[in-house]
Design a protein around this ligand. Structure first.
Ligand code: NAD
Length: 476
């Protein structure tokens, strides 16, 4: 696959271009990278109609054939991994290293989810009757993804939705539509027409999808505020929903850690993808006995990390992905400065062009400071001192979010005890961000509704159907 600058929708297995286009910028230099097609309502209607037309045929295929086709899409993506890596860095900003991991991870996701099976529950099996509950598809799924991991978060939805027999219309973020549009092109060579449609558009396209009468389910990843709007809008047609939303994940560092080995792990827990990760550590609680030495090492480590254009081989942290988010992060930093908080690194913005923000570490701010209570979604991390387990559990849980958390300690029993008391969907102990297709990823509280991944995630794309057979040997 070559990226010649031409981008089109995939609708009913064919390329569709539009008169209107969206400018897509490279966040490392703010120059126009490409023009993506901008969907009008008629394009959405065409994509949904194609998905609806393809649905009976796709649903009717043997499960094993769908498995093979989804796996083949994964293999095709893997074949073109290098080109996708380059394009992902250009549109998203992350370094080539992380783009490569995302592309290969997306290909792996498609292939591994394709191996999953749906259970059948036998409710009764007697000489008179056989009753079983199966899981059948919903119809057309609308998938809406954000700009931080545009490929992986799309793969999280495409693979399970298609595997169980739904068809799909994928809408990437207007900031990062290019890799998704190219994935649609690859799918044209692998999947039957209409099974997988991709359209991009401006701010109006998401709401059009959530209210569309012929879409049966919305699988949405994005902010909590938008998630609420999606739920409100989908109520009119009573759509099924999966909402994967924001987070403000705590990391809890106990006093028995090995400081030199834990510090780089804590740094990347917070700053991977320039901290534009729902599951990034956003509050770092360090026990008072080791607070000073850990903070000192973290400052040193962060000064060794190179921020810049992700396409340069020495760069480890790229820019913020878009101007809106960049301004939000700068505002948070400015608020912390006005509040008189202590900056250990950062504080002064980096020169443009490009939406660059330096790694910003803030020394023990009060718990009610916005840098602690809000999801920064940028490289600003509050370092917080704690004394006792009960205190840190209460502070970690004192958030409307409940996505993930991590605990760092040699005392596995104590870490397990703390994990059981945390109000969130995933807790890692002594590592972070290990996520696999067979493990459920769920947001508690305001971090979401429903589940992605694992059997629970697969079932979100189905509805139960119970079939009761009264056997002929017992005439009615
Ligand atoms: P966003 O909510 O602004 O946008 C997400 C997507 O929704 C985009 O495609 C956008 O175009 C679309 N959209 C915007 N308004 C809409 C509406 N009214 N109806 C339907 N769709 C609409 O989020 P973002 O700024 O792109 O992403 C950052 C957020 O995503 C952060 O809060 C982050 O924590 C969250 N996130 C969550 C997860 C997770 O798995 N829980 C993963 C990644 C990101």
């Amino acid at each position: 696959m070559t990226f010649d600058g031409a981008f089109s929708f995939t609708i009913d297995g064919a390329a569709v271009r539009t008169a209107n286009t969206l400018e897509v910028l490279n966040p490392a230099n703010e120059r126009v990278l490409a023009h993506a097609p901008d969907a009008g309502r008629e394009d959405l209607d065409a994509a949904v109609a194609a998905a609806r037309k393809a649905y009976p045929g796709w649903r009717g295929l043997p499960y094993s054939e769908r498995q093979a086709l989804i796996s083949a899409l994964g293999a095709k993506l893997q074949e073109h991994a290098d080109a996708f890596k380059q394009l992902l860095t250009l549109e998203q900003g992350k370094s080539h290293y992380w783009s490569q991991l995302e592309v290969v991870g997306s290909a792996m996701w498609l292939q591994m989810v394709a191996q999953q099976k749906l259970p059948v529950t036998v409710n009764e099996s007697t000489p008179e009757r056989h009753s079983e509950t199966r899981h059948v598809p919903l119809g057309v799924v609308g998938a809406i993804v954000p700009w931080n991991f545009p490929m992986l978060l799309a793969a999280f939805k495409i693979a399970p939705a298609l595997l169980v027999g739904n068809t799909i219309v994928l809408k990437p973020s207007p900031y990062t539509p290019l890799t998704a549009l190219k994935l649609g092109e690859l799918a044209r060579e692998v999947l039957p027409p209409g099974v997988f449609n991709v359209i991009s558009g401006g701010d109006q396209l998401g709401p059009w999808m959530t209210e569309h009468p012929d879409i049966n389910k919305i699988s949405f990843t994005g902010s909590t505020i938008t998630g609420r709007n999606v739920m409100r809008s989908a109520a009119g047609t009573l759509k099924r929903l999966t909402l994967e939303l924001g987070g403000n994940d705590p990391a809890i560092v106990l006093p028995d850690v090995d400081i030199p080995s834990v510090v780089p792990k804590l740094f990347w827990a917070a700053f991977l993808n320039s901290a534009q990760l729902c599951l990034a550590t956003k509050r770092l609680y360090i026990h008072e006995e080791v607070y000073e030495p850990i903070v000192e090492e973290l400052v040193k480590f962060s000064q060794s990390v190179k921020v810049g254009d992700g396409a340069r081989p020495d760069v480890q942290l790229g820019p913020i992905q878009n101007r809106r988010q960049y301004e939000r992060v700068l505002e948070l930093i400015e608020g912390a400065r006005r509040q008189g908080l202590t900056f250990l690194t950062g504080k002064t913005p980096m020169p443009g062009p490009g939406y660059f923000v330096p790694v910003t570490l803030i020394d023990n701010p009060p718990d009610d400071a916005p840098v602690v209570t809000e999801e920064a979604f940028g490289p600003v991390l509050p370092l917080l001192k704690f004394r006792s387990t009960d205190e840190v559990v209460a502070r970690a849980n004192d958030s409307s979010y409940g996505l993930g958390a991590s605990i760092w300690s040699r005392n596995e029993a104590l870490a397990q005890e703390i994990a059981a008391r945390l109000e969130c969907g995933t807790v890692w102990i002594n590592e972070i961000h290990y996520t696999m297709p067979n493990a459920a990823l769920a947001g508690h509280k305001q971090s979401g509704l429903g589940v992605e991944n694992g059997l629970d995630g697969l079932l979100e794309y189905t509805v139960p159907q119970t079939v009761v057979l009264r056997k002929a040997l017992n005439p009615v």
